[in-house]
Design a protein around this ligand. Structure first.
Ligand code: ASP
Length: 331
């Protein structure tokens, strides 16, 4: 029988309704009470909770470190791990953990729900029970999100819907498994086992800003955002295009020359950044803006936090950022 550790962090799945009708995180007992079948689900299931059960909109890098440490401390005792998490920042946590858990060769599957587990029409039971079945399958050795019939590589996901049960998409990478009557794994896409020992990164550098372009953005705002951090994610248009205005390019150029890192992510959900495809992005390439290619903004942010946390030289960070470290970018 497989040994699985369930880590409860909070989120809608375990929430209860307050007197003012709002939902707030409750403890893990609420899950066991609402879903007693968990005790007999064909695997040996133990559970731990993080220090505080939170709405995932309160997630910080310290919470990721807490979860990573819980996995590290229990790594040899379990075959795989399930993390119960709110949906709002699940893609950020999955991306962050994929980098922080170096040498991972077991499944770490995040799941949650859109409706609390105690409610009649909940999606939590199906999500949780299938996540357990996948975690017990021995097929997965990476950080994933399982949600509404699909298993995704965690660092490829984006939350796209706050209303429907299909809350997540993986816009640049196919699902690792699709669930119907049978679970169909996409064997060719699964990450192969890493023979390294697990080691975790306990430092994430959160000094990052996002500069989201929009027609009419003022120079004052651009200056203020760029001056506020060493690491800038530029959310550009389409295939990585920005204004070709000389003053704008010169602000970015000066920032890069002073040692700042600027990464180009697209505001589009699908398609890749291709600097140089249009004249409006060829200047970005020339001045040393780094293309995030088909990485999501969630992944670009957490990858930069991870690499900066390692205190590497700027040039080393830039070259590592362009590589696929955990399958987060298409080659
Ligand atoms: N606000 C909730 C959270 O992210 C939403 C959810 O779990 O679906 O914790």
């Amino acid at each position: 029988m497989k040994n699985i550790l369930l880590i409860y962090t909070g989120g809608t799945i375990g929430m209860q309704q307050e007197s003012n009708n709002s939902l707030s995180p409750f403890n893990f007992d609420s899950i066991l009470t609402a879903f007693p079948e968990l005790k007999n689900c064909g695997v040996k299931l133990n559970h731990l909770s993080t220090k505080k059960s939170i709405d995932s909109s309160d997630m910080q890098s310290g919470n990721w470190i807490e979860i990573a440490k819980m996995i590290e401390e229990n790594y040899s005792a379990y075959d795989s791990f399930i993390i119960l998490h709110g949906t709002d920042t699940m893609s950020y946590t999955a991306s962050a953990l994929s980098f922080m858990l170096d040498g991972l060769n077991k499944a770490v599957i995040l799941t949650g729900s859109q409706i609390p587990i105690g409610a009649r029409r909940t999606d939590a039971k199906e999500n949780l029970i299938t996540a357990i079945e996948i975690a017990a399958s021995d097929k997965i050795s990476e950080v994933c999100i399982y949600f509404e019939d699909k298993l995704f590589r965690g660092n490829r996901t984006v939350k796209v819907n706050s209303e429907h049960f299909e809350a997540f998409e993986s816009p640049h990478f196919p699902a690792l498994a699709v669930v119907g009557i049978n679970i169909k794994y996409n064997a060719y896409r699964l990450r192969s086992r890493d023979e390294k020992q697990l080691s975790i990164s306990e430092k994430m550098d959160t000094d990052i800003v996002i500069l989201k372009l929009f027609p009419g953005i003022t120079e004052k705002v651009i200056h203020a955002i760029i001056n506020s951090s060493q690491n800038i994610i530029l959310e550009s248009y389409g295939s990585g295009n920005s204004s070709s205005n000389k003053d704008f390019i010169s602000i970015l150029k000066t920032a890069i020359e002073s040692g700042k890192i600027i990464v180009n992510c697209s505001q589009c959900l699908r398609g890749s950044v291709k600097q140089g495809q249009y004249e409006s992005s060829s200047e970005l390439e020339k001045i040393g803006v780094i293309s995030a290619m088909d990485m999501t903004t969630e992944t670009a942010i957490t990858k930069l936090m991870y690499l900066k946390g390692k205190a590497l030289e700027t040039e080393d960070i830039k070259s590592k950022f362009k590589l696929s470290l955990r399958g987060e970018i298409s080659n």
